[in-house]
Design a protein around this ligand. Structure first.
Ligand SMILES: [Mg+2]
Length: 238
């Protein structure tokens, strides 16, 4: 089983909104922040800029949208303030710990597959109690390929020691996670946490929360339900 991290296990959107609120006093500009993030994060994933440069240029571009042209020193000061506020707000979704316990108790080998810099993402995982939970941690910044490239899923399957057709990947992005996993020969599940009961024209199964994952596995793949014991690593997850 492969799991994405951001907005699948960890509520990255909520922590990012907290960071934005620390930056400007409210999060009403969230749509602008999100659009600016999408543009700049794509440049980081493409290898055009390093992560710290991306953070700096994103914050500069965000304020420029509102006509405020900042010096490098002021961008750095505001970005540091935002980053600290965001990191204080890192939290797992409430359905994560029970799901991980069930997966462990059911005998799944688990891999995290995530697009981010290695040190940053490992710090984030440690801060929410995810260190030691996974059998393999595949971070794009460490392996040199990012989702949706099939190569990152192939690395995950190899580290798990499980053939790709027996591996299921769950993530919050239909294109980058679920569909990309299917293209790499895995099974893909789209975790759509939006809560919007919109018609879903997808070729992959959709769940609205991780509490639905065990039932999905039992019904679709015949996995027997386990009575999960608590593990020390998961008990510390919050
Ligand atoms: Mg994600």
């Amino acid at each position: 089983m492969c799991l994405d991290i951001d907005d699948t296990l960890l509520d990255n959107a909520a922590s990012s909104r907290s960071g934005l609120a620390a930056l400007v006093g409210h999060d009403a500009a969230w749509p602008v922040w999100r659009r600016t993030t999408d543009e700049h994060y794509a440049r980081y994933l493409a290898g055009d800029v390093d992560f710290d440069t991306m953070l700096h240029e994103r914050t500069r571009a965000f304020f420029a949208e509102f006509g405020e042209l900042l010096t490098d020193a002021e961008v750095a000061r505001r970005e540091h303030h935002r980053m600290c506020a965001m990191q204080r707000a890192w939290r797992l979704f409430h359905d994560v710990a029970p799901c991980l316990e069930w997966l462990h108790a059911s005998g799944y080998r688990l891999a995290a597959v995530t697009n981010a810099p290695g040190g940053y993402q490992r710090k984030k995982m440690a801060s929410v109690g995810l260190s030691g939970v996974f059998d393999a941690v595949i971070i794009s910044g460490e392996v040199g390929v990012a989702k949706p490239d099939p190569a990152i899923f192939e690395i995950a399957c190899a580290e798990l020691g499980v053939p790709s057709h027996q591996v299921l990947h769950v993530g919050d992005r239909l294109d980058v996670d679920a569909t990309a996993a299917v293209r790499a020969g895995l099974r893909g599940v789209w975790l759509d946490r939006s809560g919007v009961p919109a018609p879903r024209q997808t070729d992959v199964p959709v769940i609205a929360g991780l509490d639905e994952l065990p039932e999905h596995l039992v019904c679709d793949y015949g996995v027997e339900h386990a009575d999960p014991p608590r593990s020390a690593a998961l008990a510390s997850a919050r």
